[in-house]
Design a protein around this ligand. Structure first.
Ligand code: GUN
Length: 315
């Protein structure tokens, strides 16, 4: 039988992000316990400016996970009209606070605040998001550093699922500073051949069809269609999109009774950037929800403990 036929007949493996996240959190809990024997409790400061509903949910989950793993968290919620100067002063205080190992400023920030200036004001040693230019640069040259959580989660999914990276053709669709750029750098640092595309790429399919590992983070529901996927590819979907129109649910999930029932009950369903009809062509894929999304907080917890250790010369 031709290789193509074997690959197309394989049952794709579901890459269970929730299970991998639980595994990582258990490891973080052990590390926290080991630090407790030395009298160290890692501390994470989460700064949420204003009251964006989506950010509130994310932040609540970050604080909750910290508590579950024995990490002390400090939630700071300045009003949306805080001045940039006051926010910078707050970060300066956190930078020198002995009890704080990690600092996270939830994005997006209100328009009157210059995001880059804020991210650069975080001590790189406490930058658990990996957004400071020093950490971005360290990642670029392959130096040990604090790296962005979602791309780090993608790498964990690949590693822990036994998916080889070195020498493989990878295509990253998405060029954000938070996901696309750092994820492509991490893949490149591990010896993959990486093409970086985005939703404005001309003839996107010509690139994606070459991918043995296809990573997508664009925020465009169903951007990747079956004919854009080579049989046997590994599909990593970072998109979490809300579908709230019945026509879209019909289009993407014509035979998915469960999803349609959820839509009828809640008025929306979640889907990724990869059309689920692509899955049957793949050798493995991350579902949405339950894929990469679950890893981001696990890696934030990992980074907080790493920062706590690094600051004390233990890493
Ligand atoms: N907003 C959306 N994703 C993120 C993230 O990974 N970190 C922060 N700080 N804000 C975000």
């Amino acid at each position: 039988m031709a290789l193509h036929d074997i690959l197309t007949r394989m049952t794709p493996k579901v890459l269970d992000g929730t299970a991998i996240a639980a595994e990582i959190k258990a490891e973080v809990r052990h590390s926290v316990e080991a630090l407790a024997h030395r009298g160290i409790v890692p501390g994470l400061a989460v700064v949420l400016v204003g009251s964006d509903p989506a950010s509130e949910v994310y932040v609540r989950n970050k604080v909750k996970s910290s508590g579950e793993l024995g990490i002390r968290s400090l939630l700071l919620t300045p009003a949306a009209d805080i001045t940039e100067a006051k926010l910078l002063a707050l970060l300066a205080e956190l930078n020198v606070c002995e009890d704080i190992d990690g600092i996270l400023v939830q994005l997006p920030l209100p328009k009157h605040i210059e995001t880059r200036r804020i991210l650069e004001a975080v001590d790189p040693g406490k930058d658990v998001d990996g957004f400071h230019p020093v950490n971005v640069g360290r990642l670029q040259i392959g130096q040990e550093s604090l790296v962005p959580c979602t791309p780090a989660g993608i790498m964990q999914v690949l590693h822990r699922s036994g998916i080889p990276i070195a020498g493989r053709d990878c295509v990253m669709v998405g060029r954000s500073d938070i996901v696309g750029k750092p994820a492509s750098t991490m893949l490149l640092n591990e010896g993959a051949t990486v093409a970086v595309c985005h939703k404005g790429t001309r003839d996107l399919a010509a690139y994606t069809q070459r991918a043995e590992i296809l990573v997508v983070a664009t925020g465009v529901p169903g951007l990747i269609q079956p004919e854009m996927v080579t049989p046997g590819a590994v599909l990593i979907d970072v998109g979490i999109n809300r579908l709230d129109r019945a026509a879209d649910v019909e289009r993407f999930f014509p035979a998915d009774e469960g999803r349609r029932a959820t839509f009828a009950k809640r008025g929306f369903v979640l889907m990724g950037d990869i059309d689920p009809r692509c899955y049957e062509r793949s050798s493995a894929y991350t579902p949405v929800p339950g894929g990469v999304g679950a890893l981001t907080i696990a890696m934030l917890m990992h980074n907080t403990v790493k920062a706590a250790r690094m600051r004390r010369g233990l890493a």
